[in-house]
Write a protein that binds this ligand. Sequence first.
Ligand code: PLP
Length: 381
Amino acid sequence: MGLSKTIWSNPVELIRAKRPEHPVLVCAPTVLQASARRFLKGFPGLVTYAVKSNPEEMVIQNLVAAGIRGFDVASSAEIELVSRLAPGAALHYHNPVRSRAEIAFAVSKGVKTWSVDSISELEKLIELVPAEGREISVRFKLPVAGAAYNFGAKFGATAELAAVLLSRAAAAGFIPSLTFHPGTQCVDPSAWETYIRSAAEICRNAGVRAARLNVGGGFPNHRTVGPAPALEEIFALIDRVATEAFGADRPALVCEPGRGLVGDSCSLVTRVKALRDGQHVFLNDGVYGALAELPLIGNIDRIEVYSPEGARRIGEVLPRIVFGPTCDSVDRLPGELPLPEDLREDDFIVFRAMGAYSTATNTRFNGFGQLEIATALSLGA
Ligand SMILES: *Cc1c(COP(=O)(O)O)cnc(C)c1O
């Protein structure tokens, strides 16, 4: 593929120089580190990174360089990855269901913080994890809206059960804490308010003072045209409500963003394979590839189209149906995508805000999905 250059000025330079045949996720460490500093400066507590949203080594390394010292991990592989790249960092094992072998591995790796949402899994932890200096964080859920999809469908105890689990964990000698996840791409900050007030009530009902309250991920990133999400307003709301709800018993706060931290630090460069009969756009990437998430949480309309020479297409925008490369008929982006009418075969469509849930869920279905990762100084104008 020609040039051996490894750091591009921006995605357009890469398009011009390489005209990549396969999808390329172009990530900007400067953007990623600025995002990490924004969380570290603005969030009123400990910032941990939800590794599943983008487990690329380059991502973890840049977050560590920016000062992130805690990680939300969900599997033995994630624990191993973080132990290797960020030795000494805090590991929060926040997958509330684990096999006995997984628990033993995490104990051997020094995991101190564990989430739980059921009696059976709490009993396993009490049996297998030495309580001394270990924290059990009870995950609870509420029937609240506000997010792009519901995270309470799989994990989370009811408020009643959470109070039982909290007092049981405390009685077994663990440091008792609470955690929740308001749902990903949570653009309505009132979800945090409802959850935090409910957390205080759970503590009162259990008669337990929580050491920490983890307010989850769910922080939105900038997926659609219009102003970027106002993270600082969410941080301020969390800070204010935590004091109001808990008063003198306010726990230390923790957050575990994935999308909100890394989402805006990468753009996806895709190529138009065909413009079938001048209508349907066929891309070299789709819902089995890096765009897997779009049918679940909606299209990204922060897109730019470039000719193979790197000239921006600025024609009038037309809504078009966009298909991915596989032979499966569900391989289609939701609705229609606003694309310039001068779009041509072999052009490149660049999707912004693709840093989270893109590399991690990419598959090789039908032989596609040969996703490459590139580094750039900036993501362009
Ligand atoms: C996925 C996940 C996160 C990150 O969610 P985002 O919406 O990407 O911020 C945080 N905590 C837990 C427990 C998760 O499962």
